[in-house]
Write a protein that binds this ligand. Structure first.
Ligand SMILES: [Zn+2]
Length: 237
């Protein structure tokens, strides 16, 4: 007899943060691995397997240092999982003999793209609902996506996450629940401005995720500092 048990976890705040980091990082690795496989398939017609993907992980960790906090087994588990998804698709593909090979490859890719886009959409729905239900007001900075995409470090991250779709979801959900979404204009130094003393750190580069204000010595997390600035700015407008 098979029995299933359901557990409700009650993690402490610290554990909850770690769990969320795990989930976020695994999601990132999943999408990254899928994109790597698609790209390789498009360019060479060959499939790259999870062992080859695992070899690319150290370079990815250098690029995204927060991944170092997550144990390797979790990350490697995701590349294995993507292998299985890919295999599933290619097996279904071979189940239709006779039709044109290139056509089949195109269908396979569009299916995978559709799956990724559905996952993104679900993720945006979950996050936007959570943000709107937990907050009275949300301030959004208008990003200069056109210029940011010219920077190839940012291009993929931005087109991947489909910002405008996310902002739209936030706005209509806010309207349903009588909450406010404030949009501030483009505010170039939101990351570079110390939210405590106003020092403008022109030296800050994209790699700097944390920095210490040379003037008032406050340590900053890049994104949290930018968010505080955006909040201040939106309240002024
Ligand atoms: Zn400062």
């Amino acid at each position: 007899m098979l029995k299933a048990y359901k557990y409700r976890l009650k993690p402490a705040k610290k554990q909850e943060t770690l769990i969320n980091k795990h989930i976020g990082s695994c999601r990132l690795i999943y999408n990254w691995a899928l994109e790597q496989k698609i790209k390789t398939y498009e360019q060479t017609g060959k499939c790259i397997n999870h062992m080859e993907l695992d070899k690319l992980l150290p370079a990815l960790k250098t690029e995204k240092p927060f991944l170092k906090e997550i144990n390797s087994q979790s990350l490697q588990g995701m590349t294995k999982h993507v292998d299985a998804v890919f295999l599933d698709f290619s097996e279904r593909r071979t189940a239709f003999p006779g039709s044109n090979r290139r056509n089949k490859a195109r269908k396979l890719l569009s299916k995978i793209h559709e799956k990724i886009s559905n996952q993104r959409n679900n993720f945006q729905h979950q996050i936007s609902s959570k943000l709107i239900s937990e907050n009275q007001a949300i301030a959004l900075e208008t990003l200069n996506v056109k210029d940011m995409v010219k920077n190839h470090h940012l291009a993929q991250a931005i087109s991947d996450s489909a910002w405008s779709g996310f902002a739209t979801k936030l706005e209509y959900k806010a309207e349903w629940l009588g909450k406010t979404v404030l949009r501030i204009g483009q505010f170039e130094p939101s990351s570079k401005l110390c939210n405590v003393c106003g020092y403008h750190n022109s030296e800050l580069t994209l790699k700097d995720r944390v920095w210490i204000c040379p003037d008032c010595k406050t340590p900053h997390d890049r994104d949290i500092n930018a968010a505080i600035n955006i909040k201040k700015f939106s309240l002024l407008e």
